[in-house]
Design a protein around this ligand. Structure first.
Ligand SMILES: [Cu+2]
Length: 523
């Protein structure tokens, strides 16, 4: 049998040609094999170095910083006035190093704002940075022009003074920048803070631990990566999530411990990371009670031993301590619902020691947790039927096939009408979904009701790969056809790349107006 490479009538002259061909093929094969080895080597390196595991390696040597409660005054109009100034500083985040950071009224993060339902507030936000930013009140029900999204930029040197009336139940909200395309950077550098709402009409709230900084503790969790003290801004090769750090800060503290002096301690967990999903639990797997989620108290405490939170989500948990004991709050490998490769590179194998709780030898008695905390969320009760009103498909960096356009209104909703939104993640990796202005209730995920700790008020929901989550929501008050609110993925890299849409709330029968594309800087 013969082939063209080995002709039977081969002449002496064809032999050099044949061996030359073989030489070329051999070289190509060697180069290909070398390339394959390099790629396999890089992949292997990435595979083995991808998981982060800090369990047992964190020196719990720093007392947990408690963000100060923001000072405020009541002005002549009866409004509670807060001041926030975004500024740049050098901060000792990791002991012995100095890091360039951004913060509000300080080096890193910002003070905790606290206000009561019914109060009118005004926040004078000054931008002392040398680039434009904004401040969004995450989870807050308020007029669109006060929302602090991409349409309310604050230019360097300017002050923006949004004002609104607190009109929602007690909750752990937060504030952070929302400038279009720059949110990941601004939050990563340190701009974020907690906004605690109180509600005198919820008596159970006073039976929960509520002494700020004593038995009611903000726990703002963020992952970072440092190089020689400086924050690094790279993204991993094999992950599409965005930045995934190998070092945790809690309230800006590296290696934090908390001295506990009461039997019960309430932790207000906030995932203020840019991309990472956590699955919080304790080092001895003890049960704890989830008492509130994003938008406020659950109907009653829910005992669990894990509580997953994606970026932007909050949970208030109450943990019982024994005198003299130590236990660590951890993050266990979160269930990202993805294939094993994606899980590995998106943080699904990662474990962290988060915060050490050190109980005093004698603990003050705490009141028992009430069985009933707050009325159950009502949007579902208001819906005559559960027909889906709208569909949102998240894929790549798009929602319904489109990237964010500040000049385009994607969705127009009528004021005070309950809607069912079906949100589908069509990708093989996680996204999440945050809606401004309102709190929603999760109806079902692929037809299944959520577990009780996820059946309360939410404004942000994790979307596992290839699932459909339906939420019930209502936009009461504040119609404005010209100024949009946002819905978006709260993985900030995705958001910045355009995974965001705009909606306006209009009066019944109304239609969207002309959105101001450029928007105006503060005055
Ligand atoms: Cu996303």
């Amino acid at each position: 049998m013969s082939t063209s490479l080995a002709p039977t009538d081969a002449t002496p002259r064809s032999r050099p040609a044949r061996s030359r061909t073989w030489r070329i093929i051999r070289r190509v094969l060697i180069v290909l094999a070398a390339l394959l080895l390099i790629v396999a080597g890089l992949f292997g390196y990435a595979w083995y170095t991808a998981p982060v595991d800090t369990v047992g390696k964190v020196p719990f040597e720093q007392p947990l910083a408690i963000p100060p409660l923001a000072e405020s005054q009541v002005d002549d109009d009866g409004r509670r006035v807060f001041d926030l100034t975004a500024q740049q500083s050098m901060t000792e985040l990791v002991p012995g190093t100095s890091t360039e950071t951004w913060g509000y009224n300080g080096g890193y993060l910002g003070p905790t704002l606290r206000a009561e339902r019914g109060e009118e507030v005004i926040v004078d936000v000054t931008n002392d940075l040398d680039e434009t930013t904004s401040v969004h009140w995450h989870g807050m029900h308020l007029p669109a022009e006060m929302d602090g999204g991409p349409h309310q930029p604050i230019a360097p040197g300017q002050t923006w003074s949004p004002t609104w009336t607190i009109d929602q139940p007690a909750a752990t909200l937060w504030y952070h920048p929302h400038p279009h395309g720059e949110t990941e950077d601004h939050i990563y550098r340190g701009l974020a803070g907690m906004f605690i709402l109180e509600d005198p009409d919820l008596p159970a709230a006073r039976q929960l631990p509520h002494e700020y900084g004593v038995d009611d503790i903000p726990v703002i969790v963020q992952d970072k990566r440092f190089d020689d003290g400086e924050l690094t801004y790279g993204r991993p090769w094999f992950s599409s999530m965005g930045r995934l750090g190998d070092t945790l800060l809690v309230n800006g503290t590296y290696g934090p411990y908390l001295d506990v002096t009461t039997e019960l301690v309430r932790l207000r967990l906030l995932n203020a990371s840019t991309a990472r999903v956590y699955d919080f639990g304790f080092s001895d797997n003890r049960e704890f009670d989830v008492v509130a989620t994003d938008g406020g108290l659950l109907p009653g405490p829910v005992a669990v031993n894990r509580m997953p939170l994606s970026p932007g989500e909050r949970a208030e948990i109450v943990v019982r301590m024994e005198p003299g004991e130590q236990v660590e709050l951890r993050s266990y490998p979160p269930d990202l619902g993805a294939d094993f490769l994606t899980e590995r590179f998106d943080g699904g194998s990662d474990r962290f020691d988060v915060l050490q709780l050190r109980a005093a030898d004698e603990l003050q008695t705490s009141p028992e947790l009430p069985d009933s905390l707050a009325p159950a969320p009502d949007p579902l009760a208001d819906v005559g039927n559960l027909d889906t009103t709208r569909e949102f498909v998240l894929s790549g960096r798009t929602i319904n096939g489109q990237k964010m356009d500040m000049g385009r209104i994607d969705t127009t909703v009528e004021v005070d009408r309950t809607e069912i939104w079906a949100i589908t993640n069509r990708d093989g990796s996680v996204h999440n979904f945050h809606v401004h202005d309102t709190q929603f209730q999760i109806v079902d995920v692929d037809g299944r009701s959520p577990p009780p700790e996820f059946a309360g008020w939410k404004d942000t929901v994790l979307l596992r790969p290839n699932t459909t989550t339906r939420i019930a929501l209502r936009f009461s008050d504040y119609s404005d056809p010209d100024v949009p609110y946002m819905y978006h993925c709260h993985l900030l890299f995705h958001e910045d790349q355009g995974m965001m849409g705009q909606f306006v709330v209009v009066e019944p029968g109304g239609s969207a107006g002309d959105v101001d594309h450029g928007a105006h800087a503060g005055h």
